[in-house]
Design a protein. Structure first.
Length: 391
């Protein structure tokens, strides 16, 4: 090019900035099996886990006679299951040397390596080591993950049992069930955690991006699981009080009967989705702008707008609902606006005026507190009917 010809940038200068790669909502359609089985010989040296989308892959690594395979079979057998919602199964062998690694140590070691939202183990601990079981439940509660566990001991449904102590400790992230009949794998050993994995798979199948997709586990059926032949009305009553779910024959219909004593499983699961979705929406707004979100009412409007999109999706997928704000429930902001918004759209989002912040708060660049009110849709799980007949 002749040095006498000036470039176009002399008149028009253009720079293009690519959008940053932002984090996604964590994949809460994922389950890990924490297993005592040996690390497969075919794994690369130092490999700590493997992700599976197919039961045949598990058979290759662990053999069809292993406890790991039996539990994985329960996971993959359910319909729908987490794969339909973009989920997967992680299998993590516990270290064998110098001694068998504890479940909590295994969780601590592997959580930074691979993401999994929930887990099952391959043993019953409530009878042999209740303190170990309690420590696992406490870990799940403190680390925002869900632990699915099944006991075959009917005494675990009673008041004061290890499962009931989970309820008393409000360790809602641990979901307890009772199944006393044998579940046999190829090796012929009882493995009640097949039930736990089957239960988890059915619950973790929700696609929160859909319409009316959230579920209740009550009255749901689990594939390849027969009704618990050991269940009695006495055990069922005790389980209801202790927050333990059971698998029953209800007038020849096999289904789960769930308890809300330690909150409902679907409520705990759905609340995790809402928490994660709101966190990611707020973060991506702040990280996704090439300039900044100003500390102004317009900036706060942008923040509340992305949060409102999450709340609207909660209405759409059926977790949340418009309705009447209960008398005595917490109110904030403009009470009339709160009541009206809950009634009309199902949620109310409020933040204090930016002008009310102190100089120190402004300098810290921390937005005013954002408060959200909403109603959970819940689920109809029992019905009483009165029929009056007159002649």
């Amino acid at each position: 090019m002749s040095t006498s010809v000036l470039p176009l940038s002399t008149v028009v200068s253009v720079s293009i900035t690519s959008a940053p790669s932002l984090p996604q909502v964590p994949n809460i359609n994922t389950l890990a099996i924490i297993t005592q089985d040996l690390t497969p010989g075919g794994w690369a040296g130092g490999q700590a886990f493997a992700i599976y989308f197919d039961l045949a892959e598990v058979a290759v690594d662990f053999s069809v006679t292993s406890n790991t395979y039996a539990i994985a079979q329960g996971f993959f057998a359910q319909n729908p299951n987490p794969l339909a919602a973009g989920g997967y199964l992680v299998i993590i062998p516990r270290l064998q040397s110098p001694s068998l690694e504890s479940v909590v140590a295994c969780l601590t070691r592997t959580q930074p390596l691979v993401y999994y939202f929930s887990f099952v183990i391959d043993q019953e601990l409530t009878t042999s080591s209740p303190s170990t079981f309690a420590s696992i439940a406490a870990y799940a509660q403190a680390n925002n993950i869900m632990f699915f566990y099944t006991s075959s001991n009917p005494n675990d449904c009673n008041s004061g049992s290890p499962l009931d102590l989970v309820r008393q400790a409000a360790d809602q992230n641990t979901r307890c069930s009772y199944y006393g009949a044998p579940l046999l794998n190829g090796a012929g050993s009882q493995q009640t955690q097949i039930f736990a994995a089957s239960y988890a798979s059915r619950e973790l199948s929700v696609n929160f991006g859909g319409s009316n997709t959230v579920i209740t586990m009550n009255l749901k059926q689990l594939a390849n699981i027969a009704a618990d032949s050991t269940l009695t009305p006495t055990i069922y009553t005790a389980a209801q009080a202790s927050g333990v779910d059971v698998y029953a024959d209800v007038s020849a219909f096999t289904c789960l009967l769930t308890s809300g004593a330690n909150n409902w499983t679907d409520q705990v699961y759905n609340q995790f989705w809402l928490q994660f979705a709101l966190q990611i929406a707020g973060f991506n707004l702040l990280a996704g702008t090439n300039t900044k979100i100003p500390m102004t009412e317009q900036g706060m409007y942008s923040l509340k707008n992305v949060l409102a999109q999450v709340m609207s999706q909660g209405i759409n997928n059926g977790f949340l609902t418009p309705g009447v704000w209960p008398p005595g429930a917490t109110v904030f902001g403009n009470t009339q606006s709160l009541v009206r918004n809950i009634s009309d759209i199902g949620y109310y989002i409020f933040s204090s005026p930016v002008g009310s912040l102190s100089q120190a708060q402004l300098q810290s660049r921390t937005a005013p507190l954002v408060q959200i009110a909403t109603l959970a849709a819940g689920a109809i799980q029992k019905v009483s009917i009165i029929v009056n007949i007159s002649l």
